[in-house]
Design a protein around this ligand. Structure first.
Ligand SMILES: Nc1nc2c(c(=O)[nH]1)N[C@H]1C(S)=C(S)[C@@H](COP(=O)(O)O)O[C@H]1N2
Ligand SMILES: [Mo]
Length: 324
């Protein structure tokens, strides 16, 4: 049973709101969510390469950018053609093979609305944004709640820089992000039982943590559509569903947001969603993870191996459901 409350950041915006963001205003949804989850789909190993050449991307000249050596891996980088053909992007269907369908997303022109508890709401053009920040490449582990994992070179910039640009008020406690909405190209969005648009959120502390990355590229190129072009989030110590794709809106609020998966199944997917091998999903263990490509099983690490950097964020939150 889904009860949807109107959240403060959904209150009608000023004229500054770009049309495209609200063209397909989210319909009020009610309905059963039973059985809709992130059940792992077996045996969908990638065998075709749907990645399209990125030469016509207007930011191609910026790539590759130099890798920040501070971020190292304990495993091999996942093969590009494997990662490019095994994605979660429910806007384009619930299978992992959404790469081809995702190519119908037009990633230019693209702007990101910044609103809520900020000094002044504004819309930022993606190319102006990308050219105004310092891009770097980082190798991160990535762990889906379905117990598969990959290791990839992301290109991006610290979300902290975007937060600074947004000039949030001191009353802001959370950052809420939303994905585009366009059911005419995203067939998944015609399935009205999902609470579109895809929504995720972080605390201000999480959003401004050094590891929290706004991603514009992958494998040394502008990010391909299926990975969430032209701008997505990566929070490497949390389950993958927190890392929202194809962002069109970033709002600041003092109320904890309810995210897409939490709204669908709050007993399985909560707000914090930090990786922990000892806290099983209600329907499966989280003790180990299967690496895409090699199918190697690797023991999962607390906070996906980033505990030294992030555990302090949660020291005073021990009563919270930090790990689901
Ligand atoms: N908008 C949007 N963002 C999303 C998702 C989605 O379905 N829609 N899936 C999430 C999940 S469950 C995971 S595991 C990652 C997958 O990222 P990848 O396809 O780049 O590996 O994206 C996350 N971000
Ligand atoms: Mo996921």
């Amino acid at each position: 049973m889904l009860i949807r409350n109107k959240r403060s950041w959904e209150i009608p915006e000023s004229q500054a709101t770009p049309e495209d963001v609200f063209r397909n205003r989210r319909r009020f949804l009610k309905g059963a969510a039973a059985g809709i989850g992130l059940a792992a789909l077996p045996g969908l190993a990638a065998c075709s390469d749907n990645a399209v050449a990125r030469e016509d991307d207007p930011t191609t000249d910026l790539y590759p950018v130099s890798r920040d050596p501070a971020f190292t891996l304990d495993r091999a980088i996942t093969d590009e053609s494997v990662a490019s053909n095994y994605n979660n992007f429910y806007e384009f269907g619930s299978s992992k093979r959404v790469a081809a369908a995702a190519q119908s997303l037009e990633i230019r022109p693209w702007s990101i609305m910044i609103d809520g508890l900020v000094e002044e709401p504004r819309s930022i053009d993606i190319d102006r944004l990308i050219r105004s920040v310092d891009l770097e490449e980082r190798l991160y582990r990535f762990r889906c709640v379905e117990a598969w994992a990959m290791a990839v070179p992301w290109t991006g910039f610290p979300m902290r820089d975007l937060v600074a640009m947004a000039r949030p008020l001191s009353s802001a406690k959370y950052v809420v992000m939303q994905t585009f909405e366009d059911a005419s190209i995203a067939s998944g969005q015609r399935q009205a039982w999902y609470p579109w648009p895809y929504t995720e959120g972080l605390t201000m502390e999480e959003a401004t943590h050094d590891l929290t990355l706004m991603v514009t590229g992958i494998y040394g190129q502008p990010i391909a559509n299926q990975f969430g072009a032209p701008l997505r989030l990566i929070v490497p110590w949390k389950y993958g569903f927190k890392s929202i794709k194809s962002i069109v809106r970033i709002s600041f609020t003092d109320e904890r947001p309810v995210s897409f998966w939490e709204e669908l199944a709050s007993d399985e997917y909560g707000f914090w969603a930090n990786v922990n091998p000892e806290v099983p999903h209600p329907r499966w263990s989280q003790a180990s993870e299967r690496m895409l490509g090699t199918d190697e099983q690797i023991p999962t690490q607390i906070y996906n191996g980033y505990g030294e950097e992030v555990a302090h964020l949660y020291a005073d939150l021990q009563d919270e459901r930090l790990f689901t």
